[in-house]
Design a protein around this ligand. Sequence first.
Ligand SMILES: Nc1ncnc2c1ncn2[C@@H]1O[C@H](COP(=O)(O)OP(=O)(O)OP(=O)(O)O)[C@@H](O)[C@H]1O
Length: 579
Amino acid sequence: MDLMKIAPNVLKISQAIASVIGVDVTVVDKKLVRVAGTGSYGSRCGEKVSARSAFGVAIRNKESFIIEEAGNHEVCKQCESIKDCQEFAEVCCPIKINDEVIGVIGLIAFDKQQREKILYNKDNLMNFLNKMAELVSSKLAEQSNLEEIELLAKKLEIVLNSVDKGIILANHSGDILSYNKSALKLFGLSDPDKNKINMKHLIGDSAFESSIVEDCKVKNKEFVYRHRKNYVRGIFDTNPITIDNKTCGIVFVFTKLSDALGVVNDITTGSIVTNFADIIGDSDTFVQTKNTARQASQSSSSIVIQGESGTGKELFARAIHFNSDRKAGPFIAINCSAIPDQLLESELFGYEEGAFTGAMKGGKAGKFLLANGGTIFLDEIGDMPLHLQAKLLRVLQEQMIEKIGGKSLIPIDIRVIAATNKDLEKKVSQNEFRDDLFYRINVIPLSIPPLRERKDDIYTLVKHLLSSCNKRLHKEIENVDDEVYDIFIKYRWPGNVRELENTIEYAVNMCNGSVIEREHLPSRLLSSSLKDKGNYEIVPIKELEKREIEKALAKFKCVEKAAKALGIGRATLYRKIRS
Ligand SMILES: Nc1ncnc2c1ncn2[C@@H]1O[C@H](COP(=O)(O)OP(=O)(O)OP(=O)(O)O)[C@@H](O)[C@H]1O
């Protein structure tokens, strides 16, 4: 501990002693540097005193002593300044904190009269000086306690401000006592607002009252804060601040709903990042599809991905999301055909507590709320019942959702990517899909060609799938036999890439060598290849024509070029497409 830190206080104490006793006072610290002094010592602060002086001896011996006759005392005999010494007598008293000497306080007589004053009442004087030394040390202890408290407060402030949850300390009337930066940001408050704002204003009267009633210990309580353009929906926990069994405040810890839901999403599948590089395939048609998807990822318009089952619709949706400026937000997928109609509504929109018999306590956040700030992937949208299509359209137009049994509209910011393996336009014409919803979501249509139309991709896909299967199943299969490739090329792959994926996994499991051969394939592929070998399947001309037209259109994305490649006129091609 450093006496220099309280030099002004030490000076005041020295001056008080000097005026009471009538002799000069000086104080040095443990390094023998003069901290304060009266009389001729007043101008010599900061100078270093000799270690062989009386002060040095007092520091080493940790004891008070009096030099009654300067020059004759043992201490004076060792001092190098003995010849020039002006002093007549001296009293030295060490200043200690917990037995550690932190300095010395000294009384100096420069003439006979002052010496008399010292010697006249030396015991009382020594006592008095010891008390003064204690006063100096307690001042220093007080100062270092203050510094420690300030340091602790600073550390606490840094800790609180590094937490991204909003933290507010309030009293039982709701007056705000303290807060962290995240709380100001969450509620859009500026610093001085704290005096004008009450907790009841932030979380509502009833939420505040119930936190107090419940022993100031609540968990995951919902709140909504609306003020001008600010809308915050979230949950909070509270804890009492109890000192000596008395509650003197409440700590509120706030989490934005989107952050809480983000955590849920992160520990499920939503956080598996997919890039376009993860989508394998380098055939011309597939590269074009990837380019369109990459372009679409840069906008926030709705997308409808059309493709047969297993073509990679969800993979594309994920890559679009994680390549968009929403990538930090959640990606939430829901399969509209896998959930019974009665449940789909609550899965999508959520419900409030008590909305219906069997509703969970605390209600439930639907997928739309979960996807707020990110992307919702509505798989098999063609199977969504008509009444939900109407509700979905309203949500997309108004950008608000209302939970089942809810009383308020919740603003949401969501990008919709829908997928279907059905012909949605046909469903619209058959009144099975709402045309207004179709046009609302089909802003960017993306069509993924089936695997049989891009057989060039089979080779790259097989290499990729073999390597990932090897890793997963701890195998070291190096290659696939040419005969197997022949079978793969001839096969129609009704289950597309998913079927190829499963086929490779099956073969890797069956193969004990380093090359996958015909015998390792599942029987459905073998029987299909046998059929091809002995008895070619007869395909009706109409079907053949349809396939070739689809292939040409997918390849050229232009009727004129497709017609030219097919060797027919544009009008004929239009007629055939319509028929
Ligand atoms: N081009 C591709 N590259 C790598 N893996 C792919 C590719 N296409 C599909 N897959 C894989 O095939 C499987 C099926 O893909 P996905 O679920 O995206 O298809 P889908 O079209 O959404 O299927 P469904 O219509 O049945 O929902 C997944 O494991 C996916 O990773």
